[in-house]
Design a protein around this ligand. Structure first.
Ligand code: NAP
Length: 244
């Protein structure tokens, strides 16, 4: 395949955890990768080195996905650097958990901006490119709690439920341009985000009796990007059977 025909994937929050695994899995499938992250230079550089060792091109972009202007600027740079975009994984996210009675506006807004508004901020500046290509695959990282809610996570559940509505609506708008839009709803996945949770106790309640790995999610991302050519508007649960 000539370099100009190479497929390109942009994964937000790819320095660590799920995003990192997605970036590596897509690199193994032959994609050049734009890795974005917030501040952890060491982790981002490690991911980039690992991707380059696979034999594809990779570049890291440090910016805050909760800021519209920063996203627009980075997206413009990424399109200029790579020349096209085939897969966008809106993955970056944070939690600021707390009971609703004590939840302040700062923690509400941080979570909505970083998990939900970021998907709008990143998708808007790249959608014209996908429309022109008449192809594209967008994957939004939702969560089981976006489907079922969770005490102590009103902000996070609202953001992740918002991503589900966003996914279904975009799928309907963009289907005629051969752009597919899906969401993944992970259960408990072993990353920095779930560090400190009582994993053994949690595993007892999961039908598959274990927490998920970032690679479990990454394999689903690759499937949606490469194999799921007639799948759009879907919320794919990757949760060991927690939500059935
Ligand atoms: P993680 O290990 O904490 O990694 C978060 C990633 O997002 C890092 O690359 C981080 O960059 C980046 N990030 C955070 N805030 C950002 C910001 N404001 N701007 C730009 N990048 C930012 O998280 P994870 O567990 O892999 O989660 C990834 C996604 O899956 C999130 O959307 C999360 O809500 C979702 N999810 C996770 C689980 C789970 O059990 N882990 C379950 C359901 C859904 P730095 O390294 O620079 O900080």
């Amino acid at each position: 395949m000539a370099d100009s025909e190479k497929k390109v994937a942009l994964v937000t929050g790819a320095s660590r955890g799920i995003g990192r695994a997605c970036a590596i899995e897509l690199a193994q499938a032959g994609y050049d990768i734009a890795v974005t992250y917030a501040g952890n230079d060491e982790a981002a550089n490690k991911t980039i080195d690992e991707i380059k060792a696979i034999g594809v091109n990779a570049k890291a972009y440090k910016f805050d996905v909760s800021k519209q202007e920063a996203c627009a600027k980075a997206a413009e740079q990424i399109l200029a650097d790579f020349g096209r975009l085939d897969v966008l994984v809106n993955n970056a996210g944070i939690t600021r958990d707390g009971l609703f009675m004590r939840m302040n506006a700062e923690n509400w807004e941080a979570v909505i901006n970083t998990n939900l508004n970021s998907a709008f901020y990143m998708t808007s500046p790249v959608i014209k490119t996908m429309v022109k290509q008449r192809s594209g695959c967008i994957i939004n990282m939702s969560s089981i709690v976006g489907r079922m809610g969770n005490a102590g996570q009103a902000n996070y559940s609202a953001a992740k439920a918002g991503l589900i509505g966003f996914t279904k609506s975009l799928a309907k708008e963009l289907g005629s341009r051969s752009i597919r839009v899906n969401a993944i709803a992970p259960g408990f996945i072993q990353t920095d985000m779930t560090k400190g949770l009582e994993t053994e106790k949690i595993a007892e309640h999961i039908p598959l009796k274990r927490l998920g790995t970032p690679e479990d999610i990454a394999k689903t991302v690759k499937f949606l990007a490469e194999e799921g050519t007639y799948i759009t508007g879907q919320i794919i649960g990757v949760d060991g059977g927690l939500v059935v």
